[in-house]
Design a protein around this ligand. Structure first.
Ligand code: B12
Length: 231
């Protein structure tokens, strides 16, 4: 039953169906529950939020990526799938924020770097960090380095989390680190990076404190860094 619900979430992400009104890429879906309704059903039936996020929403989006890579899906399909994931995340968010919000493990600024519009992974990391007890300020997509550093200073952030999905934008992460250095903030604010083209080696190369391959790694890295020292 639980596995079946998760399967149906994956299937409806692949169909790009936010809710029961949406038709889907293939026929015969209209009227069936979409991602938002299925996520609600999964929560009601006691499936834990991490399973819904990772095995449902995120796994669905990974399959969309594979289909795009093999030429079966095109950009509009990716966009409708992204909207379906977003609809599911909206349903999840209040549940995640409640889980550890009182703990206040530290303040995190999250952003997708300049010229990059991908935000599903970043949103996932943001809501999982919130769920784990961090206070997260999400600046969104296509955020210039100066704006990220300004927000980090204003918000007195402990950590900046940067996301990039393109080979051409990952280099913009280094600008954020340089800007933190220029402002004399680098000693006070840790930096973690993530997104498909990034890696541990790249984090070392640009002087970030840690790289996280997924949302769990992001939480681990944030906890380690804010409890003292470099990873
Ligand atoms: C969905 C998608 C889009 C959607 C984005 C919608 C949205 N709201 O995000 C749209 C259609 C807009 C899009 C556009 C483009 N895309 Co696109 N897109 C994807 C796709 C299919 C999935 C990405 C995704 O959401 N994955 C699911 C999430 C959950 O995974 P994730 O992002 O990797 O995040 C996880 C980890 O990386 C990590 N993480 C992420 N961020 C962070 C941050 C921190 C701090 C930490 C610790 C961890 C962390 O944790 C997350 C959770 O586990 C990928 C293919 C792929 N396989 O990745 C291509 C892909 C990224 N896109 C690609 C391209 C080329 C483009 C376009 C240039 C296409 C075009 N010709 O117009 C444009 C560029 C737009 C721009 N300027 O950004 C390429 C990039 C190639 C490259 N390496 O440079 C890819 C790899 C597809 C491909 N194989 O060609 N895209």
């Amino acid at each position: 039953m639980k596995d079946e619900l998760i399967e149906r979430i994956v299937e409806n992400v692949l169909q790009g169906r936010r809710n029961k009104e949406d038709e889907g890429i293939e026929e015969d879906y209209a009227g069936e529950p979409g991602v938002a309704e299925l996520v609600q059903e999964a929560l009601d039936s006691g499936i834990d939020t991490n399973t819904i996020l990772l095995k449902g929403l995120s796994a669905g989006m990974e399959q969309v990526g594979q289909k795009y890579e093999t030429g079966e899906y095109f950009i509009p399909d990716m966009l409708t799938a992204a909207e379906a994931v977003e609809a599911g995340m909206k349903v999840m968010e209040p549940h995640l924020a409640g889980e550890g919000a009182s703990e206040g493990k530290g303040k995190v600024i999250m952003a997708t770097v300049e010229k990059d519009l991908h935000d599903i992974g970043k949103n996932l990391v943001s809501i999982m960090l919130k769920g784990a007890g961090f206070n997260v300020v999400d600046l969104g997509i296509d955020v210039p380095a100066a704006r990220i550093v300004e927000a980090a200073e204003e918000e007195k952030a402990d950590l900046v989390g940067l996301s990039a999905l393109l080979n051409t934008t990952m280099v913009n992460m280094e600008d954020v680190i340089k800007e933190l250095e220029n402002k004399g903030l680098r000693d006070k604010i840790k930096v973690i990076i993530g997104g498909a083209p990034t890696s541990d080696d790249f984090a070392d190369e640009i002087g970030a404190d840690a790289y996280g391959k997924d949302a769990f790694a992001a939480i681990r890295a944030a906890e380690q860094l804010l409890s003292g020292g470099k990873k």
